[in-house]
Each structure stands twice: as C-alpha cells, then as structure tokens.
Design a protein around this ligand. Sequence first.
Ligand SMILES: Cc1cc2nc3c(=O)[nH]c(=O)nc-3n(C[C@H](O)[C@H](O)[C@H](O)COP(=O)(O)OP(=O)(O)OC[C@H]3O[C@@H](n4cnc5c(N)ncnc54)[C@H](O)[C@@H]3O)c2cc1C
Length: 306
Amino acid sequence: MENIYDIAIVGAGPSGLTAALYARRAGKSVLIIEKSTFGGQITHSPRVENYPCFKELSGVELADKLVDQVLSQGAEIEMETVTGITGEGGNFTVKCENAEYGAKAVIIASGSEHRRLGLPREEELTGEGVSYCAVCDGAFYKDGVVAVIGGGNTALQEAVMLSDICKKVYVVQNLAFLTGEELLARELEKRPNVEIIFSSTVTQLLGDGSLEGIKIASPEGERELAVDGVFVAVGQKPENEPFKNVVPLDEYGYISAGESCVPENSAAGIYAAGDCRTKAVRQVTTAAADGAVAALAACRFVDSLK
Ligand SMILES: Cc1cc2nc3c(=O)[nH]c(=O)nc-3n(C[C@H](O)[C@H](O)[C@H](O)COP(=O)(O)OP(=O)(O)OC[C@H]3O[C@@H](n4cnc5c(N)ncnc54)[C@H](O)[C@@H]3O)c2cc1C
C-alpha cells in the first residue's frame, strides 16, 4: 500500500464531506471514497428549504458547494466502491473493488437509500411528483392532493404532516391493516381529509413530464387516483452490508451507534456518521452534525497513537 491516510471516509454525502472538512482543518490527511454521487442522497432533491443559511437551493447546488469547500481544504477523493474493512485501530485496510487503502481511523458515512416502488418511470418522475421525504418536499404540495404509499410509522407520520398542508391525502397500504403505531393510526382516522385505502398496490405512475395520478390495484380491480404528488414511504435500505463484519448492525441494517458516532463493541478508531447509523432524524443537518462529531473523535484517536 502506497499511502497510509490518517482518516479514510466511506461516502461523500453530507456526513462524509463534513467529516472531511473537520479532519482537514485539524491537519489530518484524508481520503474520501465514493462509489457514485458526490453529495449523496440530497442530490436527488430539486429544492431544499430547510438547510440553515440557504432560503432555497437545489440538492445539487448544496452538494456542489460542500464538495468545493472540502476540496479547497485538500481532501483527496477516490471514485471506488468500498467492499470491506479489515484490521484494527491505527492500522485499517479499506478494501475497494479495484484497490486497497491504509488508514489509521475510518469513518463509515455510507448513508441509506429509500426503498423504491420499482415501477417504470419512477426515477424520471422523482422530483416531478414522486418524493421519498414529506419533511423535505411536503410544502411543495400545499392545498394539493397527494398519496402516501405505505402503512408503517414513517408513512403514517408523513400522512399526518401532509394532512395539515394538503387538501386531500390518500394513504395506500398493501395490507388489510396499518402496521404503524395505534396512536398515529387513530390520529389519521380523525382527520376528514385523509382516506386510507387498504389491500391496494400502486401499479402505474401516470402523467407526462410530471405526475398526474396513479393506478392502484386491489382484489376488486384496478382504478386511477388523480394526485399531484406521491410520497413513497415503504422503508429505507441502509448501505451497510460491506461493514457488517466490523460494526454491529441493528435488525434493519443500521450501524448501532449513538450520538458519539462510536459503534457499539467495535475496534477503536472506527466511527459511523449520518444516515447509516441508528438515529431518529435523517436529514442533511443531522448528517453534517454527525460528520463533525465523528471527525473530531477520529482526530483525537489518531493523535493518541503518537
Ligand atoms: C429525494 C430526497 C430529498 C431529500 N430532501 C431533503 C431536504 O430537503 N432536507 C434535508 O435535510 N434532507 C433531505 N433528504 C435527506 C438527506 O439527503 C439525507 O439525510 C442526507 O443526505 C444523509 O447524508 P449522509 O452523508 O449520511 O448519507 P448519503 O447522503 O446517503 O451519502 C452516503 C454516500 O455514501 C456512498 N456510499 C455508500 N456505500 C458506499 C460504499 N460501499 N463505497 C463507497 N461509497 C459508498 C453513497 O453513494 C452516498 O454518496 C432528502 C433525501 C432524499 C432521498
């Protein structure tokens, strides 16, 4: 291995990039390894209105500013997919598809992906009526008609929130019952502008250029719903498979780590930041906060090796 970095960071989303910023400013050598998009998930958002200091900007603009800031501090970046981590504190090997990198400390900032419906044109309509985040995009559908797909806690919370903003909210659940908390279900049932449709699955996204409706199928047959927006809340998929041998994952695949970003029962010198870890709120602000916490802890660890 040619270079041994002080800190290797897996993922160039908001948490990984913020970690790099803090680590570089503390004078550490930093390698960020990213497999696909600099900026992570936020690049899928056409409009971000809840990141402090910016009244409104696109996710791509936000990511570009962050990448620019990090590169100007001298962080190195490799386009690679990390396939595993071996070794121990002070002497880790980060294994990628095409190379291996040495690092004294490693920050896993691999994020998570929203599960998709898997329908044709879903990607093309994302940001054009299809959303995976009511907190992020709900305000764009003020007084509109929307459908939330799913019946778990995330779906029910999103439906409650959207029912305060939208004229009408459909909740389309594939099962004959809701799987989210009883309290949330009761709250929804009280709201006159919410209609829960059970035992139904979305089979088609309708509309040219932007979403105009959905087709849903139930044992009674197929029908169309005219909607301005669809909020897909059928779960998230953390991207932690390559790390399961070095950090513990919870039952949903998130790295078990609290606010300190230190994974439970793991080797010293390994940290988990952002959406990839167990946490209550997955947003850019919380990811950036984790990046700072993890980087400063990693810097202290590297200094302790001297
Ligand atoms: C459509 C959409 C809209 C959103 N809107 C908002 C909003 O308005 N406001 C807000 O605050 N939040 C919003 N969010 C949520 C926000 O984007 C996330 O909370 C945030 O990006 C999490 O940052 P992260 O760095 O932890 O993870 P991510 O952004 O997921 O970044 C992780 C990075 O790691 C890379 N990676 C994963 N595995 C590997 C590997 N094995 N090797 C190399 N690289 C790897 C991924 O490619 C990715 O680039 C939105 C999310 C979506 C999907």
